[in-house]
Design a protein around this ligand. Sequence first.
Ligand SMILES: NC(=O)c1ccc[n+]([C@@H]2O[C@H](COP(=O)([O-])OP(=O)(O)OC[C@H]3O[C@@H](n4cnc5c(N)ncnc54)[C@H](OP(=O)(O)O)[C@@H]3O)[C@@H](O)[C@H]2O)c1
Length: 334
Amino acid sequence: MPPTTFPALVIHAADGHITRRLETRNLDDLPPGDLLVRVDYSSLNYKDALSANGNRGVTRHYPHTPGIDAVGTVAESRDPAWQPGDAVIVSGYDLGMNTPGGYGRYIRVPAGWAVPLPRTLDPFQAMLLGTAGFTAALALEKLHAAGLTPAAGEVLVTGASGGVGTLAIALLAKLGYHVVAATGKPELAPLFRDLGAAAIIARDDLTRDAHKALLSQRWAAALDTVGGPILAGVIKSTRANGLVAACGNAASPELALTVYPFILRGVSLLGIDAANCSLETRRALWQKLAGPWRIELPDTLVTVTDLAGLPDHIERTLQGRQAGRVVVTLPDTP
Ligand SMILES: NC(=O)c1ccc[n+]([C@@H]2O[C@H](COP(=O)([O-])OP(=O)(O)OC[C@H]3O[C@@H](n4cnc5c(N)ncnc54)[C@H](OP(=O)(O)O)[C@@H]3O)[C@@H](O)[C@H]2O)c1
């Protein structure tokens, strides 16, 4: 039997003032749903930091428990496909946005949000990847579907030190791509090389000559996690018939461009939405990440925190100072 109460990080946002408190919640506080899941690990993604900072574009109502990622064990099931004791990954959809998320020891969710934890992935590794690794895999799947192969040439990853960035570099390098990492943290160059990057450039290089409609052609493909002027610069410097997968807005949601990269060079802009991708795709990509696409991060890019330490890491993420992935451990008691 699950306990009636559990610990959670709760965000309060009133009158523009944000507080992040470790509190005891009641199972009755959770919404109705098919599966009650006891969460073992969650992770910290950029979207979690926005939710934990009162961003109403992510979370409309507070108090709220963020956490778009969770891995754990089914505690109660109203769906015949799932039994108590089953190991599950729940990530994306509305988890942690307007549904209490993985920064609580228990979540209650629709059965259609859960995928089985692949047998060859342990729960910690699953959250080391989390939405970030899943997004890198989804972007790569989409680039492959559009015809990308390692022979095409250099593939750029922006926001290289972030969760998506580091895992995208590792995944692309594992699959034989010539990866170039664009970063605001040049001091991490040795780490990017360890991950498999063949070259590192400063993120400012991508925003030079911003007034020009087209720039010298360099990238066969790109995975952009930051948006704004950097994404515009990436698209303008993508080679003829190249591919740009856009997944993030860590710098800005704006995109100021002419249509020339598209109509004079045939560049394709591919949108990546990990939160709402189908359950079928989700299952298939988790199996790939547990098998042929399995990737690791060096210890220096892995931070483990409990709920009490999480607010500090949220601040670092909001300030763009975090590198790699933050895995969150969930306790039984506050
Ligand atoms: N579409 C989807 O389905 C999906 C899924 C997951 C994530 N995302 C989005 O992808 C982005 C990255 O997510 P994440 O979890 O990897 O975030 P993260 O770990 O916080 O990494 C973001 C990285 O972006 C760079 N950055 C931060 N602030 C910047 C700024 N003002 N200007 C330029 N670069 C900046 C930094 O890398 P450097 O210092 O190395 O440049 C930072 O490490 C976020 O916007 C997130 O919302 C989207």
